[in-house]
Design a protein around this ligand. Structure first.
Ligand code: CP
Length: 309
């Protein structure tokens, strides 16, 4: 039987192309399962999973919890805002206390880049990174590629532009790793101040003219400006940002082909994308959310099969 090359999912940079194909084939199966009248399989009845969220989340937290329940795992949820972290407890102490309750797998979102890697070296459980600061968000990139594959047949050879706040985006970094690994061509587009200087070393090109980027691509992945990670202003005003880097229907209609629009959420409607684009048939934003459950079921299932019991 095929298995993943890793014991944790800490970032796309630790995966190989075979791992991604295995995750997608497994997710195809689970997508069929969750569209049945009975949406549940008994695969993980002997597994307990802790969801630890030290940062806000809507989609990722609910999607992981649903994926775990669809696999029949036992689930416990932890939110830092209502926990003893507020009384000064360390990350390792918090997690070791949770693990002493016989937990097999930890899903963690944390504001610090590398928090998942750190945890994987100090605790005896399988770790899935659900977003670590501005570093990686591997399951988001997997569900994004899975959604491109679903809409366009394959990811290899496709032209993808990632638009917006690349500098603060874990979604951008994980997508760059995942897309280039599968043989897609990748460009990033945004204000120069929001594009890291090292980005071309990752095998992507920079395009600062949005119209040229859209005319080139098959898929545009629109990112939110992450004001919460900014201590200074990176562009003059939101209005000017939208004028230069926002996608609206008029802009899309001016292209000579129909491109696919993606967004990881949460959307700032009217800033990076207008409502008529977000709600159009060109956008696969809700398909991404739906596919997130099947992809996370696949990741959890494949990592759980490597846990020694
Ligand atoms: N896409 C994403 O990570 O959304 P949440 O922050 O709501 O989980």
């Amino acid at each position: 039987m095929s298995e993943l090359s890793v014991d944790h999912l800490l970032g796309i940079k630790y995966l190989n192309e075979k791992d991604i194909h295995l995750i997608f084939e497994t997710a195809d199966h689970f997508k069929e399962v969750i569209n049945r009248p009975i949406k549940k399989v008994p695969s993980l009845r002997d597994i307990t999973i802790a969801n630890l969220f030290f940062e806000n989340s809507t989609r990722t937290r609910l999607s992981f919890e649903l994926a775990e329940k669809r696999l029949s795992a036992d689930v416990i949820n932890f939110s830092a805002a209502s926990s003893s972290v507020k009384k000064g407890e360390t990350l390792i102490d918090t997690v070791n206390n949770i693990l002493s309750m016989k937990v097999d797998m930890v899903i963690m979102r944390h504001p610090n880049p590398g928090a998942g890697v750190f945890l994987s070296k100090h605790v005896d459980a399988s770790i899935i990174n659900a977003g670590d600061g501005a570093h990686e968000h591997p399951t988001q990139a997997l569900l994004d590629s899975f959604s491109i594959r679903e809409r366009l047949g394959e990811v290899g050879g496709k032209k993808i532009v990632i638009v917006g706040d690349i500098l603060h985006s874990r979604v951008a970094l994980s997508n760059i790793f995942a897309l280039t690994l599968q043989g897609a061509e990748v460009k990033v587009c945004g204000p120069k101040t929001l594009i890291p200087k090292y980005i071309e070393k990752l095998g992507v090109q920079v395009e600062t003219d949005l119209k040229k980027a859209l005319a080139w691509c098959d898929v545009a992945n629109m990112l939110r400006v992450q004001n919460e990670r900014m201590e200074i202003s990176y562009f003059p005003s939101t209005r000017e940002y939208t004028q230069q880097f926002g996608v609206n229907k008029k802009l899309l209609d001016s292209l000579d082909k129909e491109i696919v629009i993606m967004h990881p959420g949460p959307i700032n409607r009217g800033v990076e994308i207008t409502s008529d684009v977000a709600d159009s048939n060109q956008a696969i934003i809700l398909d991404q959310v739906q596919n997130g459950v099947a992809v996370r079921m696949a990741v959890i299932y494949l990592l759980a099969s490597k846990i020694k019991r």
